[in-house]
Design a protein around this ligand. Sequence first.
Ligand SMILES: O=C(O)CCC(=O)C(=O)O
Ligand SMILES: [Fe+2]
Length: 287
Amino acid sequence: MPATLQTALDYRVLMTGEETPAEYSGDRLDARETCALLEQGGILYFPKTPFTLAPEEGAFLLNQRQADSGRHKNISYKAAQHKISGAHTDDTSTLYRIMEDYCRQTGQFIDTFLSPYKGHWELDYGSFRPLEEKNRAMRLRARNDLLHVDSFPTRATGGKRILRVFTNISPDILRIWNTSETFEQLLDRFQSQMKPPKTSWLSTRPAYDRWMMQFHNHLKENRRFQERGLKNRWEFPPGSSWLVYTDFVSHAVLSGQYALEQTFLIDQTHQVMPEKAPINLLASAYR
Ligand SMILES: O=C(O)CCC(=O)C(=O)O
Ligand SMILES: [Fe+2]
């Protein structure tokens, strides 16, 4: 990836958590400033994706079927286990190769474009999302059309930040999100309704993940918040990509089909603004 990429790419940072979202043009930002905005609830948005997907790879993905959508939310790429799950295909190796390549490209991109994070992330799962998101039948706590901040029931992060890279690979359909207030604002708003974490929680990292899971559920189960909370609507067109800290930006996907996504866990001690990391906000809130 050429060193000049940062200036050559058209991108903006769209701030969430505000009635009238601020927007920052990429040509005025350096890598550190871009990271700082992301960490404060920005969506780093590329109208034209910086990732390459060959036409035959795109066509292959659009032909994929997902296995049993009740059991698998998406098709998952598990880099550490060299494995794909949830796919229903007779060509797992092509699917694996495409998702592995997206994972490689997005990781390289973070190292060059978001250079303060270089070498300070680990890979989590990637996914391919072939199903139409509108009106998906799912258990309430699994629904992604309800506003939430991410917490994974199957994988503890221990306080690491969740950075996700999305690409809309649909040839013709927008992917539409709502976002609401940031984790920082929501913690302030709902802290009194939450059970405090166990007092020893900072030394026992699983307590962080337990609290975050409960908060995720609390938001999804809160009808008043879902109906009347702040909402900003975002339309991500075909061929666009966006990066977002989904443990901080509350979000819901309203509609769209065919997205690629890769998740990175970023060590919070290497954040530009570590004080915004949920684990540190929680430590101050429950001091
Ligand atoms: O698929 C999307 O656009 C986002 C879904 C979501 O909220 C999630 O996977 O946590
Ligand atoms: Fe989510």
